[in-house]
Design a protein around this ligand. Structure first.
Ligand SMILES: O=C(O)CCC(=O)C(=O)O
Length: 260
């Protein structure tokens, strides 16, 4: 195993992540780097609407006659600056503290919530998208026997804008990453788990939210005049450290992405 170079998180932060399934690291990126990321994204968004019909990476949303891009899959394909983000020493180091010395790229996606238009992302667990559908019944039946350690994948969402309750910051149910893979059909829109505590996770621009792939999370529509742009890099350990079947976002067996 490669030597672990940095320890970014404190033992307290690691314990919080293991208990709650998420943490927010404030002010990870400086203004300069943020400006470069925003400039690249502005270009992508300007050109993206025109090319979206031919490029499946760009997901379009239409509201009130307006057309906007809601999501860019595989954003890492669109500029060296995104590789810099994915390989950022603080983000990779923090992820390494959570999942072990081998940190690999699983996939990237950039969530764009334009002012007034960005829609909700309904309650879900990311693992439901990564585990092949034919495996769901077996995994769901196992309940809590499918533990967070069986699927130690961590998403890092970096905020290019302040992420607030008004523009659709992430909301989590702390501890739900220990509940196993849930049957998505049973999750209601407004109250995914009756009686469960929901917490909002606002974050200033430049901050990074780290969350486990089994935590229940949601983001509300953007009702504000401010955008909320949040690239997500999904990291995984080496395939031998994942104990559930897993595919990447091209449908291949996961575990062969870039190693940081
Ligand atoms: O950023 C968002 O709006 C939601 C992101 C999310 O929940 C996801 O991609 O799994």
């Amino acid at each position: 195993m490669a030597a672990v170079a940095t320890r970014v998180l404190t033992p307290g932060q690691i314990a919080t992540f293991n208990r709650d399934g998420f943490i927010v690291l404030p002010d990870v990126l400086g203004d300069n780097f943020l400006s470069r990321l925003r400039a690249n994204l502005d270009d992508l968004l300007r050109n993206g609407v025109a090319t979206a019909a031919e490029n499946a990476d760009f997901s379009i949303e239409r509201a009130d006659g307006a057309t906007s891009i809601r999501k860019i899959n595989n954003f890492i394909r669109y500029g060296e600056v995104w590789w810099e983000l994915a390989g950022h020493p603080m983000i990779v180091g923090a992820t390494r503290d959570l999942i072990g010395s081998e940190v690999r790229l699983h996939h990237t996606k950039l969530m764009v919530k334009p002012p007034y238009e960005g829609s909700a992302k309904e309650w879900h667990q990311d693992l439901a998208s990564y585990a092949p559908r034919e495996e769901h019944p077996r995994l769901i039946t196992q309940g809590r026997a499918v533990t967070p350690e069986d699927a130690p994948l961590v998403a890092a969402q970096t905020y290019l804008d302040d992420s607030t309750p008004e523009n659709g910051c992430l909301q989590f149910i702390p501890g739900s990453h220990t509940w196993g893979l849930l049957d998505a059909a049973t999750l209601s829109r407004d109250e995914p788990m009756p009686g469960a505590t929901v917490v909002e996770a606002p974050a200033r621009a430049g901050s990074v939210a780290l969350f486990h792939c089994m935590i229940l999370h949601y983001s509300a529509p953007n009702l504000s005049p401010h955008p909320r742009r949040g690239p997500i890099v999904q990291y995984m350990p080496g395939p031998e450290d994942v104990r559930v079947p897993l595919k990447d976002n091209s449908g291949r067996v996961a575990g062969h992405g870039h190693r940081f």
